[in-house]
Structures are given as C-alpha cells and as structure tokens.
Write a protein that binds this ligand. Structure first.
Ligand code: GLY
Length: 374
C-alpha cells in the first residue's frame, strides 16, 4: 500500500467518524435499513430482518477505531433488541451470521462479556440446526410450513459461515466448523459456474439432496450475474479460506476474482447485474463496498502480483464510491448512495445500511484501524 493510499484511508475514516458522531446521536434507539428523505428509518419492529446487525456493526468498528463510548452503548442496545429474534423460531433464518457476528460476537470480541458470547453461541447453534444432511447445505429461509423453500440455499450464506467457525473456536466443538465446511463444499460444487460467476439461489430436493434447479433470485434472471451475489461469493470463500486454510476455497475465491476483473466496468460503478442492459442505469454501490472488502481479504491470502491486483481493485472501487457516491455531510443520515436491494424491485439507486457498513469496514482496514468481525 502506498503512503498516499494510507493517508486517503485515514482522512476518509475521519470523515466517516465525523458524520456518524452526528447521525448516530440523532438516530438513537433506531435500527436503520435505509433512509427516507435522508433520514434513517427504523426496523426495531421487524426484528427478524437480515440487515438488523449492520448499524451496530458499523458502530463497533468505529468504537474500536476511535473509542467513542456513545457508539458502544448504541450498539449494545441493538444487540439487546435482537434477543427477541433469538427467541423466535420463524424469525431465525440462515442470516444469523450477519445479525449476530456484528452485534453479540462483536461485543464479545471488544468487551469479553459472557452474555454476548452466549448470544453468539445460541445463534450459531440455531444456524447449525439448519443443516440439511442430504445434499450438505444450510437451508436459507423459512416458509411457515409450506415446504416451498425447504431445499433452498443461497450464495449469501457464505458470509454466515464465520459464525460457525467462531463457535467451534470458542467451544472446541468441531461440529460447527464441520457443518460450515460441508456447506462451503456444496456451494463450491453447485453455485460456482464454469466462468467463475455464482448463482444466487440453488434449489435442492430436501430428501435426496439432488440439485433441482438454480434460480435468478435478486438478480435479473436465471443464469445472469447478480453483482452482490458475486461479492458474497468473493468475500465468503476468502473468509472460509482464512478460517480453514483449505486451498480449494482460496482457488474458488480467486476464480470469482478473475471473473470480476473481466466484468467490472472501468469507471468502478457496479451495476445491479452484470448482464443488465447497458442503458439500464441501475447501480448497486453496496456490491461495490462488499467487493472492496472481498478484494482486501484476498490481497493478504494471495500475495504477489495477484494480491496486488486485488488491492488495486479494492482501492479503485473505494475511491470511486468516496468521490462519486458518498455523502460525508450531515444533511443525510446515510453515507453511500445508489444501492439496490433486488433487480426486480420497484425502487433502485437508494441508500442501504449494509453499504455504509462495508464501506466503513474497507476504509478502516486500509487505514490499519479495523476490528475483524467475520
Ligand atoms: N442477503 C440478502 C441480500 O444480499 O440482499
């Protein structure tokens, strides 16, 4: 990393800090998902939503880097609110990694609180309980008993596996890690395509484990290339390599990276789907932020020229976001603009809290101030 890059990252981290000091204070007691007219909304009454850990995660990152007590107390409040979800069988799905690594486990890493560790372990046990032996996958979502989604697994789940690796490290009980590896092996075999791109959803026969079909999910269509899904694959396989040392995971992440190098537009602005029509104009800056984190993760594992290529890609994406798609003023609560939850949704190019989280994580990592939460 060059001195200019480090200086840029430090200055950008300061900008994030100055903004969040104001926005966190005026949004106390909220769990934001997006903004309405620039003001954070509040999902405290939909406590099961998969994104409900990201604001707390961002606060823990900033607390670690800059030691503001108000960030810690606000993050702890969200962690406590999430206990309601932990007690709701239907509310708990495979996204426990996103929800509990960034709240309870982050708290435990920073403060050593036993109550937080216990929350993390309960969430991990629930996630492990979603393992489907036939086919070897973690079931993604619930369906209130219809069975419609019984055999569904999604690429996003690669980001939830670190909760299982963490639980094995904490307890000395290898079952959690075995389940994570089994899911990662299935994902490597059934989600990653010949060209290094990833499917969003794969549907299995829950009883036999046979692959029935793949499904375009939040992307444009079956067989297309939903960019956030590619980002989950990149970072997710990189993280499974970090936790297990299995070279197959690193090779898979590298194949995804090579595919991304061929697909990413030179201007660094990431579309919702790499297959969308050129004139479409829908972006997903959350994918850009997650990709930055994924490339920074791979940089360390690959080293040499391939590692440097990952580093350059991460810096290019981050600087593009900062210069063209970020708000560091305090007029809005969000930082990152032009995100999209799903291609076929009515709304596109708006704020999403996880874009702010991953942007913050990547900038702090470049600045050498990161708290590793995965
Ligand atoms: N994990 C769901 C999404 O990326 O939208």
């Amino acid at each position: 990393m060059t001195e200019t890059e480090r200086q840029w990252a430090e200055e950008t981290a300061e900008k994030i800090l100055r903004k969040v000091e104001v926005t966190a204070e005026r949004n106390l007691h909220k769990i934001p998902y997006t903004t309405e007219n620039g003001v954070f909304d509040d999902w405290s009454d939909r406590i099961w939503w998969w994104t409900n850990g990201f604001f707390a995660g961002q606060l823990w990152l900033l607390y670690h880097a800059f030691h503001r007590e108000s960030f810690r107390t606000a993050a702890e409040e969200i962690e406590e609110k999430l206990d309601k979800n932990l007690m709701d069988y239907q509310g708990m799905d495979h996204d426990s990694g996103f929800r509990y690594l960034l709240t309870a486990v982050a708290d435990y890493r920073e403060t050593g609180k036993e109550v937080s560790k216990n929350r993390g372990l309960l969430a991990a046990a629930n996630l492990a309980g979603r393992f489907n032996l036939a086919g070897g996958f973690l079931r993604a979502w619930n369906d209130e008993g219809s069975g419609e989604k019984a055999g569904w697994a999604i690429i996003d789940c690669m980001m939830n596996l670190p909760l299982l690796y963490w639980a094995s490290e904490q307890t000395g009980d290898d079952r959690f890690a075995q389940i994570a590896r089994c899911h990662a092996n299935t994902a490597m075999r059934t989600f990653i395509r010949e060209d290094g791109s990833a499917n969003h959803i794969v549907e299995f026969d829950q009883r036999t484990g046979a692959v029935l079909r793949s499904n375009g999910g939040q992307g444009m269509q079956e067989g297309s290339s939903w960019t956030r899904g590619q980002a989950w694959a990149l970072y997710g396989f990189g993280l499974s390599y970090r936790h297990t040392g299995d070279p197959n995971y690193l090779r898979t992440a590298e194949r995804v990276a090579e595919y991304l190098f061929r697909q990413m537009p030179e201007d660094g602005l990431i579309p919702v789907d790499f297959c969308q029509p050129a004139e479409c104009g829908w972006e997903d800056c959350s994918a850009a932020a997650i990709l930055s984190c994924g490339f920074l993760e791979l940089e360390g594992h690959l080293g040499g020229e391939r590692g440097e290529a990952c580093h350059r890609a991460a810096v290019h994406l981050l600087r593009t976001l900062a210069e063209k798609r970020c708000r560091f003023d305090t007029e809005t609560d969000h930082i990152v603009e032009n995100c999209t939850a799903a291609y076929h949704d009515k709304e596109h190019n708006f704020a999403l809290i996880y874009a702010d989280y991953y942007f913050t994580e990547a900038v702090l990592r470049l600045a050498g101030k990161n708290l590793f939460l995965w």
